[in-house]
Design a binder for this molecule. Structure first.
Ligand SMILES: Cc1ncc(COP(=O)(O)O)c(C=O)c1O
Length: 426
């Protein structure tokens, strides 16, 4: 049972429509093929229509927009990926031709630029102890000035939030659009000092990651009427024409749900272990340092039934939400204490992938084990965090291959092969 808070359910339009209908007789001669005809339904006379809403979905979108501080919000059942693509499409509609973004941006940002013909201006991200640091405006100003729009990831997968005030001011002064990928920040609407929607022109809230929505639930929003009209075109292209009603209902529920006390418990826990635990401004990403032993520690935890969000070969990240109970954190602490003793901290070197300009455009798929020294023809990395470990045009080093081979889940790898520029080797 995902939806528990009765007070919140009472103010949820889509849930109320589904519940009311579920009590009635229903003989299904429509999709979906399971023919149950309740809860997981399609667009019918009473269930409204996400593409052109007039009923309960329109009302839900309006109320979600009010909570998020948007002129208009669009509910999504296709993840933040759809939100990022729609937002980039909207930026293009508004005249943007180039976008500056952190090199650690999610693959949807890289893919969106490639798909829409937007010139990417990635800027580098500093690390400390193997963990990315929040972007500081003055360090990347030159790159930002060259682009028409700026896309920030806020928070990132490690809980970093840049100084959004300074980026907003920069965009006002230079008349650039500010886009924010808040795939990890849906819960921050409770704190307008660090919430994407308080600063961005267009932004995405990944409701399923840090709020209690079903997987793939997200929202994309615009601050003003012009942005909303552009975004409408974007979502019309990238959204599914068969949205899942349970996901839609869960998105509305998650945005309207109360915050809970997890932040207090998480801060208290992290403060006890300053050498090992890092909790940035965003309380939902508890990063625990294991250095060289990170993958072994992850396996040990899994044997006890404890699953982190990801291991990046240095830290384990434990994703929290308002639904993370104090007792779950106590269990986590006990499990980690044993592993801190077993695995003393040995730091890892930051992996560096040198950039090499390929002389050819011809590419080929090559077995991972034969890729050392070759030049990558597409981004690849660990999944999650789904940020490139090696980007197109960078050299594939022994260290990056070792990390790739240790990880359980990766992206940019097909049948254990990587796409490389043919004949190019360093
Ligand atoms: C920063 C960021 N943006 C966008 C996405 C895409 O989100 P989704 O998986 O909901 O499509 C992710 C996914 O991990 C992400 O980390």
């Amino acid at each position: 049972m995902f939806f528990r808070d009765k007070r919140t359910l009472k103010i949820c339009r889509i849930y109320t429509m589904l519940k009311t209908h579920a009590r009635q007789k229903h003989l299904s001669f429509h999709t979906p093929g399971h023919k149950i005809g309740k809860w997981d339904i399609t667009e019918l006379s009473f269930s409204d229509n996400l593409s052109s809403p007039r009923g309960c979905i329109a009302q839900a979108e309006k109320e979600v927009a009010q909570i998020l501080g948007a002129y208009k919000s669009f509910l999504l059942t296709d993840g933040s990926t759809c939100g990022v693509l729609s937002m980039l499409h909207a930026a293009k509609t508004l005249g943007v031709k180039s976008v500056a973004f952190p090199e650690t941006a999610h693959k949807s940002v890289w893919n969106g630029c490639a798909l829409l013909g937007l010139t990417p201006f990635p800027f580098s991200v500093e690390h400390e102890g193997g963990i990315p640091k929040p972007t500081v405006l003055k360090n990347v100003e030159n790159v930002l000035l060259a682009a028409d729009a700026i896309l920030l990831t806020s928070p990132d997968y490690y809980g970093n939030i840049p100084d959004l005030f300074s980026f907003r001011k920069f965009c006002d002064d230079t008349k650039k659009l500010l886009l924010i990928d808040g795939a990890h920040g849906g819960h921050l609407h409770f704190d307008k000092a660090i919430y994407a929607g308080a600063f961005a022109d267009l932004w995405v809230d990944g409701v399923h990651k840090s709020l209690p929505a079903l997987t793939q639930g997200a929202v994309v929003s615009a601050k003003d009427e012009k942005g909303a009209a552009a975004l409408q075109k974007g979502v019309d292209i990238f959204r599914s024409t068969s949205p899942s009603y349970p996901i839609l209902a869960s998105v509305e529920y998650a945005v309207k749900a109360p915050q809970g006390k997890t932040a207090l418990y998480a801060r208290a826990l992290a403060e006890k272990y300053p050498q090992r635990m890092v909790l940035q401004k965003d309380f939902t990403k508890l990063c625990v340092r294991f250095g060289l032993h990170a993958f072994s520690a992850e396996k040990d935890l899994e044997k006890q039934g404890v699953y982190p969000e990801f291991c990046d070969g240095n830290i384990l990240m434990f994703y929290l939400s308002c639904k993370t109970k104090k007792r779950a954190l106590v269990r986590l602490e006990n499990a980690l204490l044993k592993l801190f003793k077993k695995y003393p901290l040995e730091s890892v070197e930051q992996i560096h992938a040198p950039v090499v300009l390929p002389k050819t455009t011809q590419t080929e798929w090559v077995n991972i084990s034969d890729c050392e020294g070759k030049i990558s023809a597409q981004n690849f990395g660990l999944f999650p965090p789904c940020v490139p470990l090696v980007k197109r045009g960078e050299q594939i080093t022994k260290e990056s291959l070792a990390l790739l081979q240790k990880a359980d889940n990766v992206f940019g790898v097909y049948e254990e092969k990587l796409l490389i520029f043919k004949g190019e080797e360093v």
